[in-house]
Unconditional design. Structure first.
Length: 735
């Protein structure tokens, strides 16, 4: 995972001789086929997409896909291997870059060594005797149809090898004519953006030292005008929490490919004799439409051993940040905890400001002990009070950072991830702490271990608020890759010592959202923006990769402190329901009526929590762009919860009917509207559709084909629909 290894970890494989009879391997699962050609050195994916019959002639497939040799071209057609080679005449971006001292061996050409095949996994080992390198490529098709792949290069020489990059490449068919990316910024993450896949290259790079708000390493390609339920769709994600690069290229010869990898700074990785570098894992999905493709990703994520089980519901939490900011007062916090428990919260999270000399965002980072000025009797009285109310206690930390105004920095300025000889560039008056430095690592591990050992803490909100800028390790080399590996090691060690403590990944909101960090955490903070209108787009983008139980979604105050918009409780609630629900609001300022309304919403979330956190996420294409709809279907399609959202005014006064594909066509469904507190008025209509009050019974086929007329809604408002399967002879008039 973007790390140097002295010995490759190996699975147990059956070794198959690499001869003509065995150089094509067919992996198939869950309606997806992957055909791997192992004859070329680095393996070549001949087909990744719709399932092919088990008896498909693989030799005929290869012959059918053979390309002509044209005038003005080379005498060979270099394949788009998982590591394409400039030395084999590949005209795109090579998959491996590096050289020996003096610059030699800069364009290796690998030859097949052996193939290992077990079930739905293939490992191909190839060597270059001239360059003295070994390449190992792993391809696995999971039971849910998700493709996992990674590469590794090993230095077999007697000198150090300067590695510049090692990526993983997947070819796409000619019909993949459009791309969907997810650019963003702080408080505006994950905005789906569609562009044509035209001749040339689309390059997305991140040098911030974390996954980043700008370009989450997620990209979809699809047939022209592919939608949520239509068009072939291929999606790729780089499971890595540091610098990364993604390339989508349409070559002059008409071939298309995607390439993903860790972005390495100059000189960052130098392989000594016998050392290996392994790429981060690429997670890839295929489906007819974005919804089906992302559902495969969700099933893969939910199948991983660290994923929070459905048997342990995701606790509704109250986070103190937007309630008190840095104004910590134990009695006020106890009152806030009482109010939180009264409305149904199950976890109380104490945010920034509890430690060292931390009175604002410019001091104290690195001093991870309870502030005696703010908590004269320590945290125990507050924690005990929270526990007595039946809630878990959580706490905020930012262990990868240090303020110059801190005891830690004054004692160890050399532990900062800076470059000697240059004045550091500050962000929020803080620097990155070089946790790849053994002593700094041991110090932070000791501080966090003591915090969790000495207090009844069930949950840690792990923040990271500053980019890596000119960050060099002790040897003067760029340190972002080593920092990321050290972060993983730190989280892994804390999990061993405190296996029952859950950790949230937060990085100024959505700055660290990826599937590698989620091997060690139980949710991500999707955005620092609690504005429900912004969140509608942010959470829709995040749902392309993550199921709802991993996405932190909070009901914030009426007035958003990041956008200055005001929103009703109903709109804030219908937005936050479809995630891991939290509240970030000073409940002590609410009226009794407002608290009762909030309690109603939290109870509604708990009612539907098994469906929301165990069902299949669905999204719908709504014409016009002024509204959107998404929801969750139960796995057996007997129940659904769907939100129709009016984002803004539209040219037409009446929204279009909402069509809901994907339900059992022959089944019959009772459709009812759930009105949230404050939704006495939905919109400007004098008379809304009768089904809003009476409900309606429709078949799955009807819901997919003609749909259901939506009411007129005010902008920044929504309607919650509950669907339940009923017997065919069900009479709605008697219900």
């Amino acid at each position: 995972m973007g790390t140097i290894q002295t010995a490759a970890q190996r699975l147990t494989f059956e070794v198959v001789p690499n001869d003509v009879a065995n150089d094509l391997i067919h992996l198939t699962s869950a309606g997806v086929s992957v055909i791997v050609d192992t004859s070329c050195g680095a393996p070549v994916i001949l087909h990744w997409g719709e399932a092919l019959p088990a008896n498909t002639s693989l030799a005929s497939l290869r012959n059918a896909m053979a390309r002509p040799i044209l005038h003005g071209d080379m005498d060979v057609v270099a394949p788009i291997a998982v590591v394409p080679e400039h030395g084999s005449a590949f005209a795109g971006r090579p998959g491996l870059g590096g050289h020996w001292p003096g610059g030699s061996a800069w364009a290796p050409r690998f030859q097949p060594a052996h193939v290992e095949h077990l079930g739905q996994s293939v490992r191909v080992t190839a060597t270059d005797m001239v360059a003295q390198l070994t390449l190992t490529c792993d391809v696995t098709l999971e039971a849910n149809g998700v493709l996992l792949a990674r590469n590794q290069v090993t230095n077999n020489g007697t000198e150090s090898y300067q590695l510049e990059d090692l990526s993983l490449t997947l070819p796409l068919p000619a019909q993949a004519e459009e791309l969907l990316t997810f650019p963003g910024r702080w408080c505006r993450e994950l905005h789906p953006t569609r562009v044509p896949f035209e001749t040339g290259a689309l390059l997305l790079e991140n040098r911030r030292g974390r996954t980043s708000h700008d370009h989450i390493p997620l990209l979809f390609a699809g047939t022209k005008n592919f939608g949520e339920w239509t068009g072939e769709t291929w999606g790729v994600h780089l499971a890595w929490s540091g610098n990364n690069t993604m390339l989508a290229e349409l070559m002059a010869d008409g071939r298309r490919y995607l390439q993903l990898g860790e972005l390495l700074h100059p000189g960052e990785i130098e392989l000594e004799p016998g050392e290996s570098y392994e790429t981060p894992e690429v997670v890839a999905t295929y489906g007819i439409g974005l919804t089906k493709a992302s559902q495969r990703l969700h099933r893969y994520v939910r199948s991983r051993p660290n994923h929070p089980p459905l048997s342990k519901p995701r606790p509704v939490l109250l986070n103190t940040w937007e309630a008190v900011y840095f104004n910590h007062d134990t009695e006020v916090l106890k009152g806030l905890a009482e109010a939180a428990a009264a409305v149904g919260a199950e976890r109380f999270v104490l945010d920034d400001g509890w430690f060292g000399g931390r009175r604002n965002d410019q001091t104290g980072l690195g001093d991870w002990w309870v502030s005696p000025q703010m908590y004269a009797n320590g945290l125990k009285p507050l924690i005990d009070h929270v526990s007595s109310l039946g809630m878990e206690f959580g706490i905020w930390v930012e262990p990868e950072m240090v303020n110059p105004d801190s005891d830690l920095f004054r004692a160890h300025p050399d532990w900062a991830l800076t470059t000697s000889g240059y004045p550091p560039v500050y962000g929020r008056r803080q620097l990155v702490l070089n946790i790849a430095h053994p002593e700094a690592y041991a110090y932070i591990l000791g501080q966090l271990d003591a915090l969790l050992r000495d207090h009844d803490i069930a949950y840690v909100k792990w923040d990271m608020n500053r980019d890596h800028v000119q960050g060099s390790g002790r040897d003067g080399r760029a340190g972002s890759s080593a920092q990321t590996v050290a972060l993983y090691a730190l989280l892994d060690e804390l999990a061993v010592r405190h296996p029952n403590v859950e950790i949230e990944s937060c990085a100024s909101g959505g700055g660290r959202i990826d599937l590698e960090i989620l091997k060690r955490t139980t949710r991500v903070w999707t955005s620092d923006c609690n504005d429900a209108l912004e969140r509608q787009t942010i959470q829709r983008g995040a749902s392309m990769l993550l199921p709802p139980e991993l996405m932190g979604a909070h009901i914030g105050p009426v007035h958003s402190h990041t956008t200055a918009r005001n929103h009703s409780l109903a709109f804030r609630s219908i937005t936050a329901l479809f995630g891991h629900l939290g509240v970030e609001w000073n409940l002590l300022t609410l009226t009794e009526s407002e608290r009762a309304d909030l309690a109603t919403v939290i109870a509604l979330h708990k009612q539907f929590r098994p469906l929301l956190h165990g069902g299949d996420v669905v999204r719908f294409d709504v014409p016009g762009g002024a509204s959107q709809a998404q929801g969750v279907y139960s796995a057996d399609q007997t129940e659904a919860l769907v939100a129709f959202i009016q984002l803004r005014t539209a040219p037409s006064l009446t929204p279009p009917p909402l069509r809901l594909p994907g339900l059992s066509a022959d089944a019959t469904y009772q459709v009812e509207a759930i009105l949230l507190p404050g939704q006495e008025r939905l919109g400007p209509g004098r008379r809304q559709p009768a089904w809003l009050t009476d409900g309606i019974v429709l078949t799955g086929a009807q819901l997919a084909v003609h749909g259901l007329q939506m009411p007129s809604l005010d902008p920044e408002n929504g309607l919650l629909l509950h669907l339940t399967q009923v017997p065919h002879n069900f009479d709605a008039r008697k219900s």
